[in-house]
Design a binder for this molecule. Structure first.
Ligand code: ADP
Ligand code: ZN
Ligand code: ZN
Length: 646
């Protein structure tokens, strides 16, 4: 079939092997070096869709080069699955949901007004802002006002959030404010036809607001005038397989490329963004920092944070007397408490005191977790499960014990201690579907639960007016974790989850159980002092030359045998010598911390450079050689640029 220049950017169906594939028309060529018989005709072009805009191609090319991925693969991960199918399913008209009730905007606080004025003064071109606002300071209201301006200027906006499913309130809030903007959502839990339909609405310019998770950063939007990344610190903005992109970083690239503003918002910014918002000697700040220090609702204060020293105390299934007393006080006052423990299940391990057997996963270097609710042992890494044995599988001892605490165990204990209270567990096991999660949130919001036991899924922006106590259990484990980002994550989680307490007229309290009450991380937390924490962490990172003071890439390999994976990386390391400038560090291959995952042994090799450009040049040349290595057929390898876990 004949193509015209107007087809560039369209999807096309082309013969491939014996079948056909969907491709993207990147350019038209007059001639080819290939012999004519090897060139296949284009079988069909999706002229029912507008061509993908040029900036979408620039974004893809950037992804391909920055994340060291073939261009075709990058595009593939950016297109909704339904559009990649050769025979796309017949598009059904979307169910028209009930139109949201229009909501009125509140009067802005002085801080919100100042932030908005600053952004307005900079005009519509590229600027990156870091909106640092304490929990409940009204960051969302700032986004909504920016959306309003953007729409009024005839442009559209892209709003990225970590996990839509966890925050149905957020979607309702945006839809309620802009009932006529054709808001669409894009996230991976959406059924394929709906996702294709929403994507198409964006491409055709009908959807003026796109709200989505990390994959939405690839949405083609012809009139894009603003990008917002809410909770910009959240690790879920980083894709963890295939092309390992950071949607937050791509958002900034895209805004610069389109010459539009981008706003990164958080109560606990990533240290990368925090450093970008600070000037350095000889370099102005890359991002403009805007601060909201007060809660937006009149009279609402930040919670009082106390540390409970648990040294020398005999805890009741991990719960201290002081925390239990505080919960009892809330019960008497008809208020809600949340016990935060970032560990699902009943206990992390089942073990036999007689012979030392533990419930190890047969496929991973991890223990299977005891789930008493459905009487299973379940691996949280590969999902493998089995019934809980009645006796030790090794020695037959019937007296085997669950060790340590998970949310189910805390839940059971609280039910036993407070028989009259309504105890509700909120973790991924309790909230398997979006409907289930929404029902749980509604129960809490209606005041039909007294004590909540929750994991970090409770940390995201929920508003529970009666919740006045957050008890933190088991946080110390993260203080001494091997990952250099562990303290940053812990601080983020605790500050966010603590932010759930006392949002309305009732003052909140956060109690942190710890054996290290004087730890500087907890001290900063007690003062709500993110800036002090960030300064301390950044000093430590600088001393160790960790990001953001260096740039990293990780070559990962996995195979049925560890030796094969390590050997491959060793060969890759030898190849590196050819390309590596002296200032670039190529470390020895090492087994990953969770070495064995789903029956595959995993190893990694870290590369670190002082400058991003240096690293990028090196990776491009080096990986070309690595691709030419002859690897065993059952070995897989990937590269992760700017890895989150090292
Ligand atoms: P954040 O996103 O910073 O955590 P939100 O935008 O969710 O904060 O705002 C927290 C609460 O404050 C919400 O209940 C919101 O409706 C309210 N709020 C925000 N801005 C204002 C304002 N200017 N006046 C009154 N209430 C506000
Ligand atoms: Zn035993
Ligand atoms: Zn496993």
């Amino acid at each position: 079939m004949n193509l015209t220049p107007g087809d560039v950017g369209r999807l096309a169906r082309v013969g491939f092997g014996r079948g056909a594939r969907v491709g993207v028309i990147v350019a038209l060529a007059e001639s080819s070096e290939l012999p004519g018989e090897r060139i296949k005709p284009v079988e069909g072009v999706r002229r029912d869709l507008p061509p993908l805009p040029p900036d979408w191609f620039r974004l893809m090319e950037f992804c391909a080069s920055y994340y060291q991925t073939p261009l075709g693969e990058a595009m593939l991960s950016a297109l909704p699955a339904a559009l990649r199918r050769v025979d796309p399913p017949k598009a059904r008209a979307g169910r028209a949901g009930k139109p949201p009730a229009a909501a009125v905007a509140p009067e802005l606080t002085a801080e919100q007004r100042r932030a908005l004025e600053r952004i307005a003064a900079d005009g519509p071109g590229f600027h990156a802002y870091l909106l640092h606002g304490v929990t409940g300071s009204g960051k969302t209201e700032v986004y909504l006002r920016l959306l309003e301006r953007t729409l009024a200027a005839g442009r559209s906006a892209l709003l990225l959030v970590p996990e839509i499913n966890l925050t149905p309130q957020f979607e309702a809030r945006v839809a309620g404010r802009f009932p006529d903007a054709g808001l669409v959502c894009l996230h991976s839990d959406l059924a394929a036809p709906a996702r294709a339909r929403h994507w198409k609405a964006a491409l055709e310019g009908r959807a003026r607001i796109v709200l989505g998770t990390r994959l939405a950063v690839f949405t083609p939007m012809p009139d894009l005038g603003l990008i917002v990344v809410d909770e910009e610190h959240d690790p879920s903005f980083k894709q963890q397989d295939g092309m390992r992109y950071s949607a937050r970083d791509l958002a900034v690239f895209r805004a610069r490329d389109r010459d539009i503003p981008v706003v990164l918002g958080s109560a606990t910014p990533s240290l990368e963004s925090w450093a970008n918002a600070a000037a350095e000697p000889g370099r102005p700040a890359r991002y403009t920092r805007l601060t909201l220090e007060e809660r937006a609702v009149a009279g609402a204060r930040l919670p009082a944070v106390q540390r409970i020293d648990t040294r020398g105390e005999k805890l009741q299934e991990g719960l201290s007397g002081a925390l239990l007393e505080a919960i009892a006080r809330r019960l008497r006052r008809g208020e809600q408490s949340l016990v935060f423990l970032n560990r699902r299940g009943y206990a992390p391990v089942l073990s036999c005191p007689a012979c030392g057997w533990v419930s190890q996963c047969p496929h991973c270097s991890a223990n299977r977790v005891v789930h008493l609710a459905d009487r299973r042992l379940r691996c949280h890494h590969c999902g493998a499960e089995a019934p809980i044995p009645r006796a030790c599988p090794t020695c037959g001892n019937q007296d085997i014990h669950p060790f340590g605490q998970g949310t189910q165990r805390i839940e059971a204990r609280l039910k036993a201690l407070f028989p009259a209270a309504r105890v509700l567990r909120l973790d991924r096991d309790a909230a398997r579907t979006r409907a289930r999660w929404e029902a749980l949130l509604a129960t809490v919001a209606a005041g039909e639960a007294d004590i909540l036991v929750g994991t970090q899924i409770m940390a995201k922006g929920h508003d529970f007016p009666k919740l006045t106590l957050v008890g933190v259990v088991g946080a110390d484990a993260s203080l001494h974790a091997a990952d250099f980002r562990a303290p940053e994550r812990l601080f983020q989680q605790l500050l966010q989850v603590g932010g759930r307490a006392g949002r309305a007229e009732l003052p909140g309290e956060v109690l942190i159980q710890t054996e290290y009450p004087e730890h500087p991380l907890y001290r900063c937390l007690a003062r709500h002092d993110f800036a002090a924490f960030a300064a301390m962490e950044l000093d430590a990172r600088q001393a160790a030359a960790f990001p953001p003071f260096s740039h990293q890439a990780m070559l990962k390999a996995d195979a049925p045998q560890l030796a094969a994976a390590v050997d491959f990386l060793r060969q890759a390391r030898q190849l590196a010598a050819r390309h590596a400038p002296p200032t670039l560090r190529v470390f020895d291959p090492v087994p990953m911390r969770l070495t064995r995952l789903a029956r595959r042994e995993r190893a990694q090799l870290l590369v670190e450079a002082g400058q991003r450009g240096l690293l990028q040049d090196f990776l491009t040349r080096w990986l070309e050689d690595v691709r030419a290595l002859r690897a065993p057929r059952d070995l897989r390898w990937q590269v992760d640029v700017d890895p989150l876990e090292v």
